[in-house]
Design a protein. Structure first.
Length: 215
């Protein structure tokens, strides 16, 4: 999935119409094949997602973030001192567009990949080979923070939080990778080398297992 930030929407891209409960819900729509853009108001239903994307909630809804954080800290889900460490966009984008990568209406700022751990491993190795693996290569909650983290650090993986898994319906066996768009081509080229190397190493380790394992 492609995520595109801008002062104006990409050309020939339709505005999202309707309501979604979270910013990551738009990821699901893009994964389903939809191409569209949103404005900050479309993200107001998600206080945490608004926080990570630098979006300020309007005054009538400003209390929703502290209320949600009170709930999360009250049930032991997180500690309040963790919140300032969440990666965030430095400036709120005026528009955020989403699309399947192959139908992206403009060069993506971030590419989101959903896959199984073995495939995310390959992406991380490809990024590591280039020296662009994020300093927090495996992130926990909130999942939406993988987007600003990727822009700031390089490729990061996300385990997916419970809210994200409810809103996007990804499987329990799946993880995320967030790739800075500016590094996408280089990572794809590096991935070819990494896949070939892993195929060779697979044969090497299978042989050693047969030769050296006694039970």
């Amino acid at each position: 999935m492609a995520v595109i930030f801008g002062d104006q929407p990409p050309a020939n891209t339709e505005k999202f119409v309707g309501s979604q409960p979270s910013g990551c819900s738009f990821w699901r729509l893009a994964a389903e094949g939809k191409v569209f853009y949103t404005v900050p108001a479309d993200h107001f239903n998600c206080a945490i997602g608004s926080l990570t994307h630098g979006i300020t909630l309007p005054q009538p809804r400003a209390g929703e973030l502290p209320q949600l954080l009170d709930l999360m800290t009250g049930i032991g889900y997180l500690k309040m001192e963790e919140v300032p460490g969440f990666p965030t966009l430095p400036n709120p984008p005026k528009t955020i567009a989403y699309a399947p990568l192959g139908e992206s209406p403009a060069d993506p700022d971030v590419v989101l990949v959903v896959s199984v751990p073995g495939k995310i491993m390959l992406l991380q190795e490809a990024a590591g080979r280039l020296g662009i693996l994020g300093k927090s290569p495996l992130m926990a909650r909130p999942t939406c923070a993988v987007i600003p983290a990727a822009l700031q650090q390089g490729l990061v993986a996300g385990v997916g939080c419970i809210g994200n898994r409810i809103y996007t319906q990804i499987g329990d066996h799946e993880l995320y990778a967030a790739i800075p768009g500016r590094w996408l081509q280089a990572i794809c080229e590096s991935l070819r080398t990494i896949v070939d190397a892993n195929n060779t190493l697979e044969q090497y380790h299978e042989l050693r297992k047969r030769e050296l394992a006694t039970q």
